[in-house]
Write a protein that binds this ligand. Structure first.
Ligand code: C2O
Ligand code: CU
Ligand code: CU
Length: 480
């Protein structure tokens, strides 16, 4: 892009910001917590005696009741809204059969998974109507809370918003004593803001700077939810599967809780907090202690920007009169090696809806990375709030505006919030699935930004063959 065009685009985007939607009110005080929290069912894999765990997923249309007595048209996976929880162990061979009965093309991406690019489910792996896509790979990464969702270029906002998302829990053989009884003391919380019309439908008003900021919350697809606590500690696997909203989570009584894991795995030790910021695509696992008979509401507290404004009630936790004892919180979780930044530096300037002044081009490979590389990726956010997600990798946050990150952001991650004006440096660790023809994505996980082209592509190649990948002519408007 020529500099003149770049300036014109910047001006246009600044104009958009001024006309963008105002602050969101939130739902605080409006709920009665009448509905039991839905727990997404664990999908049992089929074992064929060949050692492969086979999961069948059907993407389909459905309908759901969010507001009492009113129906919304939705999309879901093996159900009406959201999908089942998948679970596999390090070393497992998994095979998916993803059947698309939606009537339009989409994809299914395994967010947080290290796998060959052809299996990644990004915009290059479209699943046409009535087709079945069958990726297969070996789980080769530590225990983590990952997730899956569509990734069709330009339409991810709509497809996720309508209900296509699910959790994918990975286990390993590390001996860590955390609550782990799924649905009882190890509980997924898929948090999504929605706009719901007066007659109960999902409003698809993806306008303005952020795409969609809703004033209602669904947890695991449940409107107005409560969860009955039966143990003295509960581990919650938090996933922000919203289109844009950034939540500052905490409890109504400001109690302390402990973060034990971030996107890509366990922390070195539990990190105490009473407020936790989570942006779209991020996951954190927290452990919360409860007293018999108490009730407390999980909330999101308003921040200073449009993207995190509004006070929300999210979920009421109601403890039983007798609680089964849980394991003590371990002092140490897993041994993490210090982050290795590597010497290769790549810089990404996050603009209004672009990266380094460029919009996503499915036919352009932006970065070529040698297999197994350790690199330093530097993010410079010049406009609005964004976040940044890299497929395939795990990274560690080295610093935020020159300062070391807080404990809970020091562990393994794949998505990071980037405040307006911030510079964040990441130590990125790439895998070994070489494929010079099929790219992985990196992008802002505010889905409207991603759909507007705030995304780039990288391939992983055999070290020494980097120059064999056709590259675009040198970028302009790069600024470095
Ligand atoms: Cu959660 Cu590229 O995606
Ligand atoms: Cu991803
Ligand atoms: Cu963004």
């Amino acid at each position: 892009m020529r500099r003149r065009d770049f300036l014109a685009l910047t001006g246009l985007l600044a104009g958009l910001a001024l006309t963008g939607c105002g602050d969101v009110e939130g739902n605080a005080g409006s709920l009665t917590f009448r509905n039991p929290l839905r727990i997404p069912p664990l999908l049992d894999p089929r074992a064929d005696g060949d050692g492969v765990k086979r999961f069948a997923l059907e993407l389909r249309q459905g309908s759901a009741e969010f507001l009492p007595g009113k129906r919304a048209r939705t999309w879901g996976i093996n159900g009406d809204y959201l999908g089942p929880t998948l679970r596999a162990r390090r070393g497992d061979r998994v095979a998916m059969a993803v059947t698309n009965t939606l009537g339009e093309a989409t994809t299914l991406h395994w967010h947080g998974m290290r796998l060959p690019a052809r299996m990644d489910g990004g915009p290059h792996q479209m699943v046409q109507p009535s087709e079945t896509w069958s990726p297969e790979w070996t789980i080769d990464q530590p225990a983590a809370t990952t997730w899956y969702h569509p990734h069709p270029h330009g339409e991810t906002s709509e497809h996720v918003y309508r209900g296509l998302a699910g959790m994918f829990i990975l286990d390993d053989d590390e001996d860590v004593d955390l609550p782990s009884d799924y649905g009882t003391d190890d509980v997924p919380l898929i948090i999504q803001d929605k706009k719901i019309t007066a007659d109960g439908r999902l409003d698809e008003d993806f306008g303005g700077t952020w795409g969609l900021l809703g004033d209602q919350i669904l947890v695991n697809g449940t409107y107005d939810p409560h969860f009955r606590v039966t143990t003295t500690r509960v581990r919650f696997r938090l996933l922000n599967a919203s289109n844009a909203h950034v939540f500052h989570l905490g409890f109504a009584d400001d109690r302390e809780f402990h973060v034990v894991a971030s996107d890509a795995g366990l922390l070195a030790k539990p990190a105490p907090l009473n407020r936790l910021r989570i942006s779209p695509g991020e996951r954190f696992e927290i452990v919360v202690a409860f007293e018999p008979d108490e009730q407390v509401v999980l909330k999101a507290f308003s921040g200073d920007e449009t993207i995190d404004s509004g006070d929300y009630d999210i979920l009421k936790l109601a403890a039983a009169a007798r609680l089964a004892p849980s394991p003590e919180l371990p002092r140490d979780l897993v041994a993490l090696t210090p982050p290795v930044a590597g010497r290769k530096v790549r810089r990404f300037r996050l603009g209004g809806s672009n990266i380094n002044g460029q919009n996503m081009d499915m036919n352009r490979i932006d970065e070529v990375v040698p297999a197994g590389a350790r690199e330093l990726w530097e993010l410079d956010n010049v406009t609005y709030e964004h976040n940044f997600h890299i497929h395939e990798v795990r990274f560690r946050v080295l610093d935020i505006d020159g300062a070391r990150p807080p404990e809970h952001l020091s562990g393994p991650k794949d998505t990071v919030f980037v405040p307006d004006g911030a510079r964040i440096r990441l130590a990125v660790e790439f895998g070994h699935h070489v494929d010079p023809k099929t790219p992985y994505m990196y992008h802002c996980h505010i889905l409207k930004h991603e759909d507007n082209g705030m995304m780039g592509q990288f391939v992983i190649v055999e070290p020494g063959t980097e120059d064999e990948v056709p590259r675009p002519s040198p970028k302009t408007g790069h600024g470095h």
